[in-house]
Design a protein. Structure first.
Lengths: 219, 70
């Protein structure tokens, strides 16, 4: 069976043209890959600039260009290996751009540690915890009580692994992709750990009267 | 919204949330629906629930949507 013989839905004309070019005669195919690489590089550059504007201030200048080239090159390799798995569920270009966007995230996470050497958590970091919940600094008494309650919950309700990740992500504000790279794991594994930690902290705060019981009929 | 309510909101988890892996696997499909003006959240409620609370996946969604609409 040829690649793409079994598609989930008929390809739109532009996607069909991409597939025809990228699986066609060698000369045409090479031109197609070259054109795709140029598009991926443009997307990577724009995305890195967008991320920088959004707060990823640790990447700029030549480094930003380097990361964009790396992201585009790695996305190209992934697309080359997975081209046969394209089922036409989306436009072909959207499918390819997803690879480069995910590469940008992964590379930003890896690059984070080159400019943010890990330092031990300071006691004062916990005092910034309410900022994570957008608590008004004017709510002094509430603020102090919340910090103490959450810290107690973290110390008593979480496993060592959950506590380590919760502190890194929520208290230290380490980007999730950077932590995933540091620990040699993936975004999903960390998210699930934090998800469970949030649930356990909530249960602990409810059991100890800090929060009202969650409604049983919540979807 | 007071401090306690904000904390409560932060700690609330949605059982429909599919997590990062599943959301990223269909991100291209989801984004094309959004870009086409269709109700992606209705088609993929678990993905919508996830994107609403996961910063990194939300950033990937914003980036991909920007890439296909620019």
């Amino acid at each position: 069976m040829k690649p793409h013989d079994k598609l989930d839905s008929p390809l739109d004309p532009a996607s069909a043209e991409w597939i025809a070019v990228l699986t066609g005669p060698e000369a045409e195919r090479e031109q197609g890959w070259s054109r795709l690489h140029a598009m991926l590089l443009r997307v990577a550059l724009r995305e890195l600039r967008r991320r920088r504007a959004g707060g990823a201030l640790w990447v700029a200048g030549v480094e930003l260009d380097d990361l964009a080239h790396q992201a585009a090159a790695d996305a190209m390799l992934a697309i080359l290996h997975k081209l046969e798995s394209f089922r036409g569920e989306s436009r072909f270009t959207t499918w390819t751009y997803r690879f480069v966007i995910l590469e940008v995230s992964a590379k930003l996470g890896r690059h984070y540690w080159q400019v943010h050497p890990h330092v031990p958590l300071e006691a004062e970091s916990w005092e910034r915890l309410p900022d994570r919940f957008a608590v008004d600094p004017g709510e002094h008494a509430e603020r102090a009580e919340l910090v103490q309650a959450v810290r107690h919950a973290v110390d008593h309700a979480l496993t060592d692994h959950q506590r380590r990740l919760f502190v890194a992500i929520v208290v230290e504000q380490t980007p999730l992709d950077a932590l995933a790279h540091q620990l040699g794991t993936n975004r999903n594994a960390i998210y699930k750990t934090i998800f469970d930690a949030r649930r356990k902290i909530r249960a602990y705060l409810e059991a100890n009267g800090y929060l009202e019981q969650e409604k049983a009929d919540r979807p | 919204m007071n401090a306690r309510e904000r904390l409560e909101r932060f700690l609330t988890t949605d059982p429909a949330d599919v997590g990062c892996q599943e959301a990223m696997e269909v991100l291209h499909v989801y984004v094309d629906l959004v870009a086409g003006g269709q109700d992606a959240a209705h088609a993929y409620p678990g993905v919508a629930a996830h994107l609403a609370v996961c910063g990194p996946c939300g950033a990937d969604f914003d980036g991909l949507l920007a890439a296909v609409t620019q």
